[in-house]
Design a binder for this molecule. Structure first.
Ligand SMILES: [Zn+2]
Length: 425
């Protein structure tokens, strides 16, 4: 049977096409406002053009070839002047939980550009030791005021468990927070500028048109629909059937557009004004805020310094792999190919080595947090494997991806970056 006849869940393209430059595929879903996300939602996905190049690589080409970064910095200075306050009050908000990017954003705004940032934190599900250490380093070594908000742990767990069962997306309750909490705090404190790091276009998580402006579209954190869904469940049902109250749900609720308009809030990406490279953010955070990487490689990839705050991070990437056939190595290696740190051949080798590795380190913590048994975990996992992406070996019962990033022609030598594998093996 040809793959074209196999069911594709979530509205994914039935034919898997890998970018010939990086190792992302056309199965990469666009980012959405999570308060509209239900089990039957169809995903818009990243484009891979007829030339075999994906939207994220196309954005990367623009970063290298056609964007005038000096003009962009002048634009940044004009924007900051617009929001700057000299009366001692806060003039911008940076959201983060102790990761390298939020460290860099806050530090640059305060110490390079003389802004007065208030940093805000929507607490992870379960802080890892290294995540908590870096959170403290950010505040104490970096030198920032910080507001840490920790949502009611029982409610967070309940929503995480429902998001796992209904959407296979246990990371969703954290997404509610990181997408809207900063803007909510901006409104509360009368601050008009919220600054994030890299634009969504950097990951192919939105259309290329979105990359024309430094502002994050309201659609990512504002929802005016009368029906709001959290963990794939209507809020009325969460109250009537799941024992939650309107007050329990308050921190997770979307912002309404009139609130943003009334407060004249601008949500922007610093990475639109300057070239953004995760590896450079890492070095910057180490030097200026005392950031520490993990002592061991994150499971599912070869890296040690990205998405390490939350014990559920590994599971988050695993669920992405199950649903879309794109895991943690694909994210890390694709970015590094675009930034010239690894070649595509190396990325493919890393993919074979790590992409389908299960995140076992915090698995027991995750099962306990979700309140599910190992058996139930596997049942739910298998329900979310799209048939067009996964094949089960009839003999061993082992699931493997049907497609691999080897399935494209080798990129021309001129497009390959320098090698790191020999030095990191
Ligand atoms: Zn690409």
């Amino acid at each position: 049977m040809s793959d074209e006849r196999l069911d594709a869940y979530y509205g994914l393209p039935t034919e898997v096409v890998y970018c010939r430059r990086c190792i992302m595929s056309n199965q990469k879903p666009h980012s959405i406002n999570e308060t509209t996300h239900v089990a039957g939602s169809k995903k818009a996905t990243m484009g891979v053009g007829d030339d075999g190049i994906c939207d994220a690589c196309r954005y990367s080409d623009a970063k290298q070839d056609s964007i005038d970064w000096e003009a962009r910095e002048r634009q940044l200075l004009r924007s900051l002047e617009r929001f700057r306050r000299t009366d001692g009050s806060y003039d911008c908000i940076v959201s983060g939980s102790g990761g390298k990017d939020s460290m860099k954003i806050a530090h640059m705004l305060k110490y390079r550009y003389g802004m007065n940032p208030l940093t805000v934190t929507w607490a992870p599900h379960m802080y890892s030791d290294i995540g908590w250490l870096n959170m403290q380093r950010w505040i104490h070594e970096g030198g920032f005021d910080n507001l840490l908000f920790s949502a009611n742990g029982k409610v967070m767990r309940k929503l995480t468990s429902l998001a796992f069962e209904n959407l296979y997306f246990p990371f969703q309750p954290f997404k509610f927070g990181i997408k809207s909490w900063a803007a909510k705090m901006a409104m509360k404190f009368g601050i008009k500028l919220v600054m994030y790091g890299e634009p969504y276009a950097e990951y192919g998580s939105t259309t290329l048109e979105e990359a024309d402006s430094p502002e994050v579209g309201w659609e990512f954190f504002v929802n005016d629909a009368p029906d709001v869904y959290l963990s794939g469940v209507h809020t009325d049902t969460l109250i009537s059937d799941h024992g939650l109250s309107a007050n329990d749900l308050l921190p997770f609720m979307p912002i309404r557009s009139h609130e943003v308009a009334d407060h004249d809030i601008h949500v922007e990406c610093l990475g639109w004004y300057m070239p953004w490279d995760p590896q450079e953010s890492y070095y910057y955070a180490v030097e200026n805020c005392g950031f520490e990487p993990e002592t061991q490689r994150s499971e599912g990839t070869y890296g040690k310094y990205a998405s390490i705050d939350d014990k559920i991070d590994g599971l988050h990437y695993w669920t992405h792999l199950i649903k879309f056939g794109i895991g943690r190595t694909s994210f890390d290696a694709s970015h590094e190919v675009r930034n010239g740190h690894v070649t595509r051949e190396e990325a493919v080798a890393l993919w074979h080595k790590f992409e389908q590795e299960f995140p076992s380190r915090f698995h027991a913590d995750c099962l306990e947090y979700l309140g599910v048994t190992e058996e139930r975990f596997q049942q739910v996992t298998d329900q979310f494997r799209s048939p067009h992406l996964w094949r089960q070996d009839p003999g061993t019962g082992v699931w493997r991806l049907r497609h691999t990033p080897d399935e494209v022609a080798q990129a021309p030598a001129a497009e390959r970056g320098q090698s790191i594998i020999s030095s990191s093996a």
